[in-house]
Design a binder for this molecule. Structure first.
Ligand SMILES: NC(=O)c1ccc[n+]([C@@H]2O[C@H](COP(=O)([O-])OP(=O)(O)OC[C@H]3O[C@@H](n4cnc5c(N)ncnc54)[C@H](OP(=O)(O)O)[C@@H]3O)[C@@H](O)[C@H]2O)c1
Length: 251
């Protein structure tokens, strides 16, 4: 389906990014993989190569403008174009204080990764896609980019911001044939949830209980949507979000 296409996936050393990188490669795209953990990236690269797929890793901290610049230089040096970008890297916090007690550094870490990091990548992606005549950008926000949740002010603010950023950029650049949309996952079984388990042992039951399906999702259930958004079947969709959340119940 995507032979000859170049697809960037940020945050692909685990979870949804990993599943999406593997899915893009299975469909014939050359996958550019960006994250911080080199050993984990090598495992994903090996897995993709074992099935005949094409991928290469550029170590990137999306909070650092120089890393992001280097990432897009590598893409242009090696591939000369970028067709799809999945801005998926993100962090949450296991500590969930209310707004007035939120730690300054923790607030900045989450906003810098989930919002500023997405913006830094989008600036380069849009520049490249404008010059080449188009492309598709997908950001991973969250169902918590649509509703709030107790103790998660920084995360919710970052994901609401990510959604607003994508909606605005979609309006600004649709004339350049760039389609920008957002995926809003509900609770998905990834390292992000695993890391929070020691702090909240009943978290999986609680998360599952917030969905109509009474379960958490799998990363592959997000990858399918990301790939579909890159197809021509999604040509009439811009500046919108797809919630893949098991029927998340707001309260
Ligand atoms: N799991 C859920 O329930 C859920 C629900 C809604 C939305 N989301 C969102 O989905 C996205 C993927 O998360 P996930 O659940 O798949 O979690 P995950 O398994 O923890 O994956 C997060 C990925 O982001 C990367 N990352 C984190 N900080 C980074 C940075 N500064 N620079 C570059 N890469 C960075 C991590 O790689 P390195 O550590 O190697 O850098 C990792 O590959 C995130 O944006 C998250 O907020 C998750």
């Amino acid at each position: 389906m995507f032979e000859g296409k170049i697809a960037l996936v940020t945050g692909m050393t685990s979870g949804m990014g990993r599943a999406t990188a593997i899915a893009f490669a299975k469909e014939g795209a050359t996958v550019v993989m960006a994250a911080r953990r080199e050993e984990r990236a090598a495992e994903v690269e090996k897995e993709i190569a074992a099935t005949g797929g094409k991928a290469f890793f550029v170590k990137t901290d999306v909070r650092k403008p120089e890393d992001v610049e280097n990432l897009f230089k590598a893409i242009m040096d090696k591939c000369g174009r970028l067709d799809f970008a999945f801005n998926n890297a993100g962090v949450s916090s296991p500590h969930n204080p209310v707004v007035t007690k939120y730690d300054d550094d923790e607030w900045d870490r989450i906003m810098e990764t989930n919002l500023r990091g997405v913006w830094l990548c989008m600036k380069h992606e849009i520049d490249i896609m404008k010059k080449q005549g188009g492309g598709v950008i997908i950001n991973t926000a969250s169902i918590l980019g649509v509703v709030g949740d107790w103790g998660l002010s920084s995360y919710c603010a970052s994901k609401h911001g990510s959604l607003g950023l994508a909606k605005t950029a979609a309006l600004e650049y649709c004339k350049d044939n760039i389609r920008i949309n957002t995926i809003c996952p509900g609770p998905i079984m990834t390292e992000m949830l695993e890391k929070a388990l020691p702090f909240m042992p009943k978290m999986l039951e609680v998360m599952a209980g917030k969905t109509a399906l009474r379960r958490v999702g799998d990363p592959e259930e997000i990858a399918g949507a990301a790939l579909w958004l890159c197809t021509d079947e999604a040509a009439f969709m811009i500046g919108k979000e797809i919630a893949i959340d098991g029927g998340y119940i707001t309260y």
